[in-house]
Design a protein around this ligand. Structure first.
Ligand SMILES: Cc1ncc(COP(=O)(O)O)c(C=O)c1O
Length: 368
């Protein structure tokens, strides 16, 4: 077939490898009761208030969404304590990452980002012909090296990504280091604080980023309804930033980028404090349960502030992944993050965590 060549910069994109769906594993391996602990979803399901709002609005779906997200914006502005012109919504925070690169990055320009971290940063940069400048996280606990990030900033740097808590490691940035970092950043660079997991953090020194935004620093805090509110399937996330940055992003936003059902659900979810408390409690309990279980196996996960943990299983994690699959437990392998002996585990219910621990114990015993 004759067709134009795909753009050069797209040749460098590695296709995203999503977590395996439950149905696929059940079908391929002839298993039942497969559990997915692979995509940092919420095992409690969607916020019940959001689910009711969706049911109540099914018969309004012949109408285009409100392109301005008016009700959601007003409600969130009140809740977060910012002006509504400091907010933007996306088809997942994924879309906001792409919009940031679209707005600020021309071919050949650069963004500084940690590694291992969320693959979307590199993807969104490559789509624009931008160049990711990666800075490794340090040590077995994957600590941010903010000084090293400052050192790689050059004349072509437009964006810096900080994922906090970081996916896939769960590690967080130290607050004092962050303060110094923000003060030393050149002011022609946008700092993106990806906070997809912020609600799970128990860090008393947690960095919200709102203080920087209120002081007018070029900082964007990205959050999502996918995780704590359990609405990953709807695709809705948001950004908080100075109004000037939001105005730039609105130039590259599709008119109806957030669907009407997602808007209705998100408005309702913002009232669902119980969902937040329940989900945080579940994760706090799971963190303890998993850590204890792993300790008994002689394994130590990276200390995390997220709804997942990163575990060095001290052996080829692809093999461990395959063996866990055969026992009906889906996790993520670390090789996709450049860490071939790690797995990433999303915390589940107490019963799911127990199944994972039993399965992992058996797999490691079989392999030794
Ligand atoms: C660090 C991080 N940022 C952003 C996202 C994207 O979230 P959303 O579902 O809002 O697109 C994810 C999803 O897993 C993530 O891990």
């Amino acid at each position: 077939m004759k067709k134009p060549e795909i753009r050069d910069c797209l040749q460098l994109i590695k296709p995203y490898e999503p977590g395996k769906p439950v149905e696929e594993v059940e079908r391929e391996l002839g298993l039942k009761n497969v559990i997915k602990m692979a995509s940092n979803e919420n095992p409690l399901g969607p916020s019940p208030l959001a689910a009711r709002a969706m049911r109540d609005n099914v018969d309004k779906m012949h109408i285009y969404p409100d392109g301005n997200n008016y009700y959601l914006k007003e409600k969130l502005a009140g809740k977060v304590g910012v002006d509504s012109n400091q907010l933007i919504f996306g088809n997942g925070s994924d879309e906001l990452l792409a919009m940031l690169c679209l707005a600020y990055v021309s071919p050949g320009e650069e963004a500084v980002m940690p590694v291992p971290s969320f693959s979307e940063y590199e993807f969104a940069m490559r789509m624009q012909g931008g160049i990711p400048k990666t800075v490794p996280l340090r040590g077995e606990n994957f600590i941010y090296d903010l000084d090293a990030m400052l050192e790689v900033i050059g004349e072509k740097t437009k964006l810096i990504f900080i994922c906090n808590p970081n996916n896939p490691t769960g590690s967080v940035v130290d607050r004092k280091n962050m303060e110094r970092f923000v003060e030393r950043l050149p002011d022609n660079i946008v700092l993106i604080l990806d906070q997809a997991y912020i609600e799970y953090s128990e860090d008393p020194e947690q960095i919200s980023g709102l203080n920087y935004i209120k002081q007018g620093y070029p900082v964007v805090a990205l959050r999502t309804f996918s995780k704590i509110y359990g609405l990953a399937g709807l695709r809705i996330g948001y950004g908080i930033a100075p109004a000037e940055i939001i105005a730039d992003l609105n130039r590259v936003r599709e008119p109806f980028n957030v669907n009407a059902m997602a808007q209705k659900a998100a408005v309702a979810a913002l009232d669902d404090d119980e969902q937040v408390v329940r989900s945080r409690l579940l994760v706090a309990g799971a963190r303890f349960q998993i850590k204890e279980g792993l300790r008994e196996m002689g394994l130590k996960p990276v200390p995390d502030q997220a709804n997942f943990c990163f575990i060095d299983v001290k052996t080829d994690s692809r093999q461990v992944f395959q063996a866990l699959l055969r026992k009906g437990v889906i996790v993520r392998t670390g090789d996709i993050f450049g860490q071939p002996t790690h797995i990433r585990l999303t915390y589940g219910t107490e019963e799911q965590n127990e199944r994972f621990l039993t399965a992992l114990g058996e797999v490691l015993a079989e392999q030794s």
